[in-house]
Design a protein around this ligand. Structure first.
Ligand code: SF4
Length: 339
């Protein structure tokens, strides 16, 4: 079994079941995650019996980086998994720290009409070691500390909820990856029942919602999920998350030319968000040759931004992190597989 596929609790249970002590799990975890030791024989404070057991039953395996595209503000990586499937993640260099955007599934079934990732249907969910392995592989490869993680790459995280829960426990555990919960964000297109479950976990992890439209008619036309959970149901769940956690929710809004970027949409969005503990991230669309949708022009984006501001909505325009990269999420993988 892959050592990176255990949470702390799971490793404790596994070792106890095999007649070792609960604290042995913490010892091993400290060697693996804090001292970067990938050989049980080099773990000097564990017994010969435990070393031999671990050697016989556990191994170390992380996703392999097979391609890297670089720009000044961001790097994009293609990683290969054991079964030959490929995923991608993006490392962004902000003035406040390094932020890694990771994938949660191989492909995605949510079918958002503007999304390169959604064009590649879900093959399978990512396992725990493939989720956390993106952080571990990139930080090791670049020899850097990753300060922030956003689960916003290929896939819908709440469609892989059980592994995302385990992933959260590994990321925020101070003996494991040790990235504070406030530095971890999970982004969903709006699987409402999972938003309630996520809120009930009370982990302090941030929630981001891919909204992209202020009304049901438009949202249903670009995001299939809205036909299952409409905006009213979605905001009931968002309100519940805010009530439960007192955390601000990020509202992601991709700016699509002449689709969702006019004054009417901006005013409608301002009305929808009025008085809520939210913050809007306006995202200039990354055009790809597979879709006819275009990026809103700077004038329209600025106008949209101004309307939200005038209505006292917290809003920013996402900085574009290097247009020479295969920028749209899913694009590097698609290019590699020649879809
Ligand atoms: S935007 Fe997110 S949820 Fe929608 S298809 Fe793309 S990856 Fe899936």
């Amino acid at each position: 079994m892959n050592i990176f596929n255990f949470t702390k609790t799971e490793l404790e249970e596994y070792l106890i079941k095999n007649n070792f002590k609960k604290y042995n799990a913490t010892q091993i975890i400290e060697w693996v995650y804090q001292k970067n030791i990938n050989d049980f024989n080099n773990m000097s404070n564990i017994s010969k019996k435990l070393i031999s057991f671990c050697d016989d039953n556990l191994f170390f395996k992380l996703p392999k980086i097979i391609k890297k595209e670089e720009s000044k503000l961001a790097n994009k990586y293609l990683l290969e998994l054991d079964d030959g499937n490929k995923i991608e993640c993006v490392l962004m260099f902000h003035d406040y720290g390094n932020s890694l955007c990771i994938s949660s599934q191989i492909g995605c079934n949510m079918g958002c009409s503007f999304c390169e990732s959604g064009r590649l249907k879900r093959v399978r969910n990512l396992e725990l070691y493939e989720l956390s392995g993106q952080i571990l592989s990139i930080s090791k490869y670049e020899n850097i500390k990753i300060d922030y993680v956003v689960v916003m790459g290929i896939g819908e995280p709440f469609d892989n909820f059980e592994n995302i829960k385990r992933f959260i426990s590994v990321v925020i555990d101070n003996k494991m990856i040790n990235i504070g919960q406030r530095h971890l964000t999970i982004s969903t297109c709006g699987i409402v029942p999972k938003i309630y479950e996520f809120a009930d976990l009370c982990t302090g992890v941030n929630l981001a919602i891919s909204l992209h439209s202020p009304n049901d008619e438009l949202r249903s036309s670009i995001m299939k999920i809205n036909k299952v959970y409409n905006i009213k149901e979605l905001f009931k769940a968002i309100d519940y998350y805010i009530l439960k956690t007192n955390r601000r929710v990020t509202i992601e809004y991709i700016m699509l030319l002449d689709i969702n970027d006019d004054e009417k949409c901006a005013k409608e969005l301002a009305k929808l968000l009025k008085g809520k503990l939210v913050y809007v991230n306006l995202i200039p669309y990354n055009e790809t040759s597979n879709f006819t949708m275009k990026r809103s022009n700077d004038f329209k984006i600025k106008k949209f931004y101004d309307i939200l501001k005038m209505n006292n909505i917290n809003v920013t325009i996402r900085k574009e992190m290097g247009s020479n990269l295969s920028a749209a999420c899913g694009q590097l993988r698609a290019n590699e597989n020649k879809f």
